[in-house]
Design a protein around this ligand. Structure first.
Ligand code: DGL
Length: 272
């Protein structure tokens, strides 16, 4: 049994979609959440730059006593998971990867869609997921530049966000996809809009529940789980405006909570 917290991070509010699934699955665990809003969006940046940010964040979260780190960002996972595992051997990391496998298992039309950031599609991690799980089906890759910023601006269901999504989703619908993978942790925030646009015949897949099961398994196997009677809690930091972050938490249906300011100085992140 281990009462230390679980570290979790994203470029902004996207990782909150993973955090809330984790809190439901593991109510006895404490979490330290960092949203790197000052550097958001990660998607248009180079993988090397996102790797540097991820390394700084992981150092800070480990410095705060995290027993395990969940990279609740597909872009950061794609950029940094392999090198973090090299830099911190034996330290437990859980990263996001696009849920291509369940989409392939679901499809009857033989064509599935994936939406994610530009950086995620450029990564070896993504190529390896497609290589492993999608030999027999067509996988359509659609980057969504600008969508993360729309979501961070609270434009969850505005005409502009709808028009952007329509432009990306319609060509995939014309090619008869029957599964759509949300390959960025921000996208579940606009899931209702996405579901309305793709209609009932396309299954929309969010990997967060699978990630929660993986975290639980890892905690149990390695003796890192908190005692069953422990009380869960979350501490939040952002490198952006803490007040704006707290407001966005409410906008996505979470309870408003205190948010602290984390600050970057010469590649070092301080979480007070
Ligand atoms: N939530 C991040 C992801 O899963 C968004 C990346 C971004 O900031 O562009 O990829």
């Amino acid at each position: 049994m281990d009462v230390r917290p679980i570290g979790i991070f994203d470029s902004g509010i996207g990782g909150l979609t993973v955090l809330r699934t984790l809190e439901e699955a593991l109510p006895q665990e404490r979490f330290l959440y960092f949203g790197d809003t000052a550097h958001m969006p990660y998607g248009p940046r180079s993988l090397a730059e996102v790797r540097e940010f991820s390394l700084g964040i992981v150092r800070a979260l480990i410095g705060k006593g995290s027993k395990l780190i969940v990279i609740a960002c597909n872009t950061a996972s794609a950029a940094a998971l392999a090198s973090l595992r090299d830099s911190f051997p034996r330290y437990p990391f859980v990263g996001m990867e696009p849920a291509v496998k369940p989409a392939v298992e679901h499809t009857r039309t033989g064509t599935v869609g994936v939406i994610a950031t530009v950086a995620t599609f450029q990564s070896e991690l993504y190529a390896s997921v497609v290589e492993r799980f999608a030999k027999e089906v067509d996988v359509l890759h659609q980057p969504c530049p600008g969508l993360v910023k729309q979501i961070e601006a609270g434009e969850f269901d505005t005409p502009k966000t709808e028009a952007m999504l329509r432009g990306w989703l319609e060509p995939m619908l014309e090619r008869n996809i029957d599964a759509l993978v949300l390959g960025c942790t921000h996208y579940p925030i606009v899931r209702p809009l996405i579901e309305r646009l793709v209609g009932p015949d396309v299954r929309v897949i969010d990997p967060a529940p699978a990630i929660a099961r993986q975290v639980k398994r890892l905690l149990d196997e390695s003796g890192l789980a908190a005692p069953p009677d422990a009380k869960g809690a979350v501490t939040y930091w952002t490198s952006g405006d803490p007040d704006a972050f707290a407001t966005m938490m409410e906008r996505i249906g979470m309870a408003r909570a205190p948010v602290r300011a984390g600050s970057w100085t010469a590649g070092e992140l301080t979480l007070p």
